[in-house]
Design a protein around this ligand. Structure first.
Ligand code: ASP
Length: 499
C-alpha cells in the first residue's frame, strides 16, 4: 500500500497539521536565555546574540548601573527596555556578564527575543487567517440577502431573530453557571502560592492592556443601524452588515417578482461561489494550522502552565464539559441529531477555531459545515451564525466568569451569591461586546471585574496564559452558534436529516 497525502480526508490533514505544528513549535521554542541586542550609532549599528548571561546591567552614559538583572530575567529586561523612551535607549549601554567575562554594547537600539524557526513561519498561518476573513463578509452579505428573501416577510425574520437570541442567552447562561460552579469547587485562586502571585504580577503588569469604556446596551442597539452600509462592510461591522442584508432581503420580497428575481439570482450565485472559495481556502488549512500552532507553541513559555495549573484546569474542564457534553446533548435532545454525528460534522470548524482563536475567521467554515454536514439550510446559517459569531460566546463568557472569581480568590475578596449573579449578568454583556477576534475576551474582562470591585490589575496574573485559553474558548464560542443553528432549523421545520 502506498501512502498518498491527497487521499487523506481534510480533517485528518488538519489534525496532522496541528500535531506536527505543536511538535515543531516545541522543538524550535524561543529561548528564555537568549537576547538579540542591536546597538551602536545609526547606520553602523550591529546585532549580537547574548546567551546564558549571569547578569545583565543597564548603564548610564557615565557608567553608573541603572538596573541589574539575573539569568532568569529575560522578560523583565525586555520590559525595561520597552519602557525606556527611544532617545534614552541610545545613551544607555547594555553590559552582559557571562562566566565572569564582561561585554559592553553601547547605544542600545533594541533588545528582542531571538526569533526561532517556528515563529518565522507564522506568516503562512497569517495568510490563511486573512483568506478566511476576506471571504467572511461578502459571504454573509450574499447568503443573508438570499436567505432573508426566501424567508419572506419581516415578521418571520423577527420571530426567528427573537428565538435565536433567546437560545443564545440560554447557552451562555448555562456556560457561565458551569464555570462559576467549577471555580467555586476547585478554588484555583486559593491554590496559588504568594510567591507565584508576586512573580506573575511583576512579569506581566507592564503588558497590561488599556481599559475599555463600559458597554452600553442602548448604544449597542443604536449602532446596529449603519449610517453608511458600505462603511459597515469596510469596517467589518457584523451586526450592521446583518441589518443591511436583512433589509435588502426583505425589501426584495416586496417589489415586483420579475424585478426581484435577477437580484436574488445574482446574490444566490455569488454566495454559491463564496462557499466554493471557502472549500478552496480550506485545502490550505493543514499548512496554515501547522504554522499557527508552531508559532504559538514556539513562543509560549511552558512554565506558566505550572504556575497557573489549577486555574487553567478549571477553565479547560469547564470548556470541555460545555463543548463535548452540554452542547451535543442539547442538540440531540432538541433536534434528534446524534451527539457524535454533530461533533463529527463540526470537526473542521472546531479545529480552525482552536488554531486561529477567531470566531470571525471560523465563520465561513462554520457556515459551510452546518450546511454540508448537518443539513441546516442556508437561510438559517446565513442569519444565525454571523449573529452568533458576534453576540454568542459561550466559551468567552464562561472564561470571564471563572477568571473574575479566580482573581477575587487570589486577592482574598469574597464574592457572595448576589455578587456572583452580577458576575453572571456582566459576563453575558461582556461576551456580547467581545469582538470575535483573538484576545478581546481578556480586555472585556475588565468590565466584569469592575462590576464586583475585584482589582483590575489582577488581569496581570492571567495574561501569560491567555493565548492558550483563547484558543480553547473559541471552540465552544463557535460550537454554540452551530448548535443553535440546528435547533432553529428544526423549529422552522427545515432541518434536513443527514444522519
Ligand atoms: N477569541 C475569541 C473569539 O474570537 C474572543 C475572545 O474570547 O477573546 O471567539
Amino acid at each position: 500500500m502506498t501512502f498518498s497525502w491527497k487521499k487523506i480526508p481534510l480533517h485528518q490533514k488538519i489534525l496532522a497539521g496541528l500535531v506536527f505544528g505543536a511538535l515543531f513549535g516545541a522543538l524550535f521554542n524561543v529561548s528564555k536565555f537568549e537576547l538579540s541586542v542591536t546597538y551602536g550609532p545609526p547606520r553602523t549599528e550591529q546585532s549580537v546574540t547574548v546567551r546564558h548571561w549571569d547578569r545583565i546591567d543597564i548603564l548610564s552614559a557615565d557608567s553608573t548601573i541603572l538596573a541589574s538583572f539575573g539569568p532568569d530575567d529575560q522578560l523583565k529586561i525586555l520590559q525595561y527596555i520597552r519602557r525606556l523612551p527611544v532617545a534614552e535607549r541610545s545613551i544607555r549601554t547594555l553590559q552582559a556578564t557571562i562566566k565572569g567575562v564582561v561585554s559592553r554594547y553601547p547605544g542600545i537600539r533594541s533588545v528582542e527575543k531571538v526569533q526561532s524557526l517556528a515563529v518565522m513561519i507564522k506568516p503562512i498561518g497569517t495568510v490563511f487567517v486573512r483568506l478566511l476573513m476576506f471571504v467572511a463578509i461578502p459571504m454573509v452579505l450574499a447568503s443573508l440577502i438570499v436567505g432573508a428573501a426566501s424567508l419572506g416577510d419581516i415578521r418571520r425574520v423577527g420571530k426567528l431573530g427573537g428565538k435565536t437570541l433567546l437560545w443564545y442567552l440560554a447557552t451562555i447562561v448555562i456556560a457561565i453557571t458551569i464555570g462559576l460552579t467549577l471555580v467555586n469547587v476547585i478554588q484555583p485562586g486559593v491554590r496559588i502560592s504568594p510567591e507565584s502571585r508576586e512573580k506573575l504580577m511583576t512579569e506581566f503588569q507592564a503588558d497590561m492592556l488599556v481599559p475599555t469604556e463600559g458597554v452600553s446596551l442602548v448604544d449597542t442597539f443604536v449602532r446596529i443601524v449603519p449610517p453608511n452600509p458600505f462603511a459597515a462592510m469596510t469596517g467589518g461591522e457584523m451586526l450592521q452588515i446583518i441589518f443591511f442584508a436583512l433589509m435588502i432581503g426583505v425589501s426584495l420580497t416586496l417589489i415586483d417578482p420579475p424585478k426581484a428575481k435577477p437580484v436574488v439570482d445574482f446574490f444566490d450565485g455569488f454566495s454559491e461561489l463564496m462557499i466554493r472559495m471557502v472549500g478552496m481556502i480550506m485545502t490550505l488549512a493543514p499548512y496554515g494550522v501547522f504554522a499557527l500552532i508552531a508559532a504559538t507553541v514556539g513562543e509560549f513559555g511552558f512554565d506558566i502552565l505550572g504556575t497557573l495549573f489549577w486555574y487553567a484546569l478549571t477553565v479547560v474542564v469547564g470548556l470541555a464539559l460545555h463543548t463535548f457534553g452540554v452542547l451535543p446533548a442539547a442538540v440531540r435532545l432538541l433536534t434528534g441529531i446524534p451527539a457524535k454525528f454533530f461533533l463529527r460534522g463540526m470537526r473542521d470548524p472546531m479545529l480552525v477555531a482552536f488554531t486561529t482563536s477567531s470566531s470571525a475567521a471560523t465563520l465561513p467554515v462554520n457556515m459551510k459545515a452546518c450546511e454540508d454536514n448537518l443539513g441546516v439550510p442556508k437561510n438559517i446559517t446565513s442569519f444565525v451564525l454571523p449573529l452568533g459569531a458576534t453576540v454568542n460566546m459561550d466559551g468567552t463568557s464562561m472564561y470571564q466568569a471563572i477568571a473574575t472569581v479566580f482573581i477575587a480568590q487570589v486577592y482574598g475578596v469574597d464574592l457572595n451569591l448576589g455578587q456572583q449573579i452580577t458576575v453572571l449578568i456582566m459576563a453575558v454583556l461582556a461576551s456580547i461586546g467581545t469582538a470575535p477576534v483573538p484576545g478581546v475576551g481578556i480586555i472585556m474582562l475588565m468590565i466584569v471585574l469592575k462590576s464586583v470591585h475585584v482589582p483590575e490589575e489582577g488581569i496581570a496574573l492571567i495574561l501569560g496564559i491567555d493565548r492558550f485559553l483563547d484558543m480553547c474558548r473559541t471552540v465552544p464560542n463557535i460550537l454554540g452558534d452551530a448548535a443553535v443553528a440546528t435547533v432553529m432549523a428544526k423549529s422552522e421545520g427545515t432541518l434536513e436529516r443527514r444522519w
